[in-house]
Write a protein that binds this ligand. Structure first.
Ligand code: ADP
Ligand code: MG
Length: 391
C-alpha cells in the first residue's frame, strides 16, 4: 500500500494554521442538506483538529457548476462546532482578519471555492491566495482528489502536506482490492460503460467472479447481438468478446422490464420493440446468493436498476446478499451509496467509500492526482519545511 504522510501522526499541531480540504459536496434541496453522509464522515477529522488545538481553515467545493453556496452544509457544521465562522468571500478583509485571529481548536469555513474560477483552472495566483491563509495543508477530500484543481493538486506544491484520517481509511480499505483474499467477487453495475472499462480490465485477472449488472450489462447484451428495445445502451460498440469468453464473467440471466406501463420479468433475449430493461431479475439475484455469502472479499460499485425510475428492487436485494457475506465487503459509488444509505443493510458493509469517480479512479490506477501531489512532497525542499515546522 502507498505510504502517505497522515496528519494524525503529527504531534505538535497546537496553534498551527491548517488549510483543510474537505468534500462537503452534499445534495441540497430548497436550502436543506438531503443527505449528510459526507458530513458525518468528516466529523472525527474536525474533532481531531479541535482537540489538537489547530487553527483550521476549511475549504470545499459544492456542485459541478459555480454559484452554489455551502451555507446549508455550514449550518450543520456550526451546530456541531458552534464557534466555527462561515466566510462568504475569500478575498474580503473579513476572510483575512478571521483567519488571522482564529483561536486554537477553532475553525473558519470558506464559501464554495468553485465560485472562483482559479479553482478549476488550478491557477497559480489562486493557489497562492489559498496557501496565504495557512502553514500546513491537509487533504481529507478523497472523493474530490481525482480532480486536478487548485485545492487538490496546486496547494500541496506550496505547503507541507498531509492526508486526513478519512482519506487514510479510504486508501487503506480500497487498497485491499489490489491483493485481495479469495474468493473475490467483483460486482459492477451502474451506467456509463466507458468509465467502468478500466476497472473491468484491472479486476478481471484479480477476481474469481465478476458479475455485471445495471445498464452496463446492456452493452454486453448488445455485443452478443440481442435486441434491447428502448433499454439504455452506450452509443459506442465495445469489443467485449474476450471478456464474454472469460468464465469469471457472469451476466444477468433474467431482467425486470417495463413496456407500455406494464412490468415484466424475462430473459434478456426476449425484449420487444419499445420495451426497456430496468433492473436485474430474481433468478439472477438468487444465483448470486451463494458466491457472495461464501466470498472472502466483495467489491461492489454501481446500482443494478434505473433508480430515477424507482427501480430499486435489484439494488436492495444485492445489498441484502452483500450484507450476508462472511468476508470483507467494500461498497462505493455516489448513486450506489445514496440508494443504500436508508436501507437496514448499510451499516453491515465492512467499508463504504465516500468516493464516486475518485473511488473508480483509485481502484483503476492505484493512485489519484491528489495523492501524487502530496507524494511529490518528499522533495528536499519539502523535507526542510517539515523539519522546520515539526522540530
Ligand atoms: P455510481 O454513482 O454508484 O458509481 P453510476 O453513476 O455508474 O453509479 O450509475 C448510476 C446510474 O445508473 C443511475 O442513474 C441508475 O439509474 C443507472 N442505472 C443502473 N442500472 C440501470 C438500468 N438497468 N437501466 C438504466 N439505468 C440504470
Ligand atoms: Mg454516479
Amino acid at each position: 500500500m502507498i505510504k502517505l504522510p497522515t496528519i494524525t501522526s503529527v504531534k505538535n499541531l497546537k496553534d498551527k494554521k491548517v488549510l483543510l480540504r474537505l468534500d462537503l459536496n452534499v445534495p441540497i434541496k430548497d436550502g436543506v442538506v438531503t443527505d449528510d453522509f459526507r458530513i458525518r464522515k468528516i466529523i472525527p477529522t474536525l474533532k481531531f483538529l479541535e482537540e489538537a488545538g489547530a487553527k483550521t481553515i476549511i475549504i470545499s467545493h459544492l456542485d459541478e457548476k459555480e454559484g452554489k453556496t455551502l451555507e446549508p452544509a455550514a449550518k450543520i457544521l456550526i451546530s456541531k462546532f458552534p464557534r466555527m465562522k462561515f466566510i462568504r468571500d475569500i478575498y474580503s478583509n473579513e476572510a483575512r482578519s478571521e483567519t488571522d485571529n482564529v483561536s486554537a481548536g477553532n475553525f473558519v469555513l470558506f464559501e464554495n471555492i468553485r465560485n472562483w474560477k482559479g479553482e478549476k483552472e488550478n491557477d497559480p495566483e489562486f493557489v497562492k491566495h489559498l496557501t496565504s491563509f495557512a502553514e500546513i495543508y491537509v487533504n481529507d477530500a478523497f472523493s474530490a482528489s481525482h480532480r486536478k484543481h487548485a485545492s487538490i493538486v496546486g496547494v500541496p506544491g506550496l505547503l507541507p502536506s498531509f492526508i486526513g484520517p478519512l482519506f487514510a481509511s479510504e486508501v487503506e480499505n480500497l487498497s485491499k482490492a489490489f491483493s485481495p483474499s479469495h474468493p473475490f467477487v467483483f460486482l459492477m453495475g451502474g451506467a456509463k460503460f466507458e468509465t467502468k472499462i478500466p476497472l473491468l480490465n484491472k479486476f478481471l485477472p484479480l477476481c474469481d467472479t465478476m458479475f455485471i449488472g445495471g445498464a452496463i450489462a446492456n452493452d454486453f447484451f448488445k455485443a452478443k447481438g440481442y435486441f434491447l428495445g428502448d433499454s439504455t445502451v452506450s452509443e459506442e460498440n465495445f469489443k467485449l468478446d474476450d471478456m464474454m469468453k472469460n468464465p469469471k464473467v457472469v451476466l444477468p440471466i433474467d431482467v425486470r422490464t417495463q413496456h407500455k406501463g406494464f412490468r415484466f420479468m424475462k430473459k434478456p433475449t426476449e425484449i420487444s420493440i419499445g420495451e426497456r430493461i430496468w433492473d436485474m431479475g430474481e433468478k439472477t439475484m438468487k444465483n448470486l446468493a451463494l458466491p457472495i455469502r461464501d466470498a472472502s472479499f466483495v467489491v461492489w460499485n454501481g446500482p443494478m436498476g434505473n433508480l430515477e425510475a424507482g427501480e430499486t428492487a435489484g439494488t436492495i436485494e444485492l445489498a441484502r446478499l452483500v450484507s450476508q457475506c462472511r468476508g470483507m465487503t467494500i461498497v462505493g459509488g455516489g448513486d450506489t451509496v445514496a440508494a443504500l444509505e436508508k436501507t437496514e443493510f448499510f451499516s453491515k458493509f465492512t467499508f463504504v467509500s465516500t468516493g464516486g469517480g475518485a473511488m473508480l479512479d483509485f481502484l483503476a490506477n492505484e493512485t489519484l492526482p491528489g495523492i501524487d501531489a502530496i507524494r511529490k512532497k518528499t522533495a528536499p525542499k519539502a523535507v526542510s519545511w517539515f523539519k522546520r515546522l515539526f522540530s
